[in-house]
Design a protein around this ligand. Sequence first.
Ligand SMILES: Cc1ncc(COP(=O)(O)O)c(C=O)c1O
Length: 454
Amino acid sequence: MTSQSPSNTEFDADDRAIRSLASGAPTTWFRPDLSSAEVVLREIGSESVSEPGPVTGIDSTIMSRAAQRFERFAPWFAETFPETAADGIIESALVTADYAQAELNERFGTELPGRLWLKRDDALPISGSIKARGGFHEVLEYAEMVAAGHGLNPNDPATYSAEEFRGLAGTHRIVVGSTGNLGLSIGILSAALGFAASVHMSADAREWKKELLRSHGVDVIEHSGDFVEAVSAGRASAEGAPRTHFVDDEDSRSLFAGYSVAALRLRDQFEAAQVTVDAEHPLVVYLPCGIGGGPGGVTYGLKRVFGDDVHCIFVEPSQAPAMFLGVRTGLHSEICVQDIGLSGATAADGLAVARPSRFIGPVISPLISGFATVSDEVIKAGVGVLHQTEGLDVEPSATAGLTVPWRTIGHLGEGSRYADATHLVWVTGGAMVPSEEREHYVAEGLNLLSTIQP
Ligand SMILES: Cc1ncc(COP(=O)(O)O)c(C=O)c1O
């Protein structure tokens, strides 16, 4: 199925939010009826590893097992990537954004109550985007399986530096379809472990991402179609192929587990920064969303850690609101943005996804507090704001959430509790962008600053 093949769509075309989405206008929807996190989480995952939730394939240890896997590999990361991951832990900083908050207060003519923070996944070690979390986890899990399958000790990090493993890994291939950043994370890590890797890139993928992967010895297969087509081609090439693992961004539990670990780390970071998250001090998190895997996994983890005290808002480009549309209609991956007349095209290449994940919407949607779409101009302008106010240079996809906190004013929860809210904008990619391209993003963003308006 391509994203543009006719969908099995029956939905209420008169729905206010769908009409707004179809018009391409910036649209916001906060769920009025968010269920208790405890109840939803109980329904999602069983307590038993051997018998995970029958529909979801998730059990309650999925996050802690992924965290342990990252711990086990920390010595290998430290040895293999000493420049970027000296302690072997793939994590990003949590920082305040007072200057950006002041600038946006001014532009919107409204004070955002509470404080604005940024989660700096743009600077995650090795592959410079949120995709490192899920992508690395799935490659590591596969590496452990290969090691165990050949009688090597999967729990000893030294296994993965030994020639014996690398020789074996060279006979295995990891395949993925991507708009760019997932491909970078999977390709770079696969190559570092000695695996052969093939990355199927959609038309949206940036040239430099393809070149970088080729420089690591990764096979890059270019597709003229969109992300769904790249994923389908990757899946077809892996089907039936021996010693081949396909990373399925539309349906993967392993990617999901890797993303969720962010929540455990974030809890420690807020504690260290002496920021309280509780019923009186809610946390509102803004997550750029493509197919939904990254934000879905992070949301699951955050709800496990902070329960009803956290609200997660998924943010998408106004021409590619795949998750918003799937959840609002209840049709999930049965509907794509072309079904309501949108193009699916966006300058936010990482978010250029027309049809949502088969897995995230049906399982995670009751945990999502809201959805927002943002125009490409405002997404690009966000690069300018972060450059000018915080001295950070990121890629456009990374800034999708930056202006959305101002839309929550008067709409999320009861007023007094939100006076002390922590607004966390997840900045999802940028460290790998070559300097020429970065300068272009910044110049374009600065030119578009005036598009940020009330
Ligand atoms: C920078 C960036 N942010 C956010 C996302 C969204 O992640 P997902 O497609 O899993 O929703 C992507 C996806 O590639 C990305 O590259």
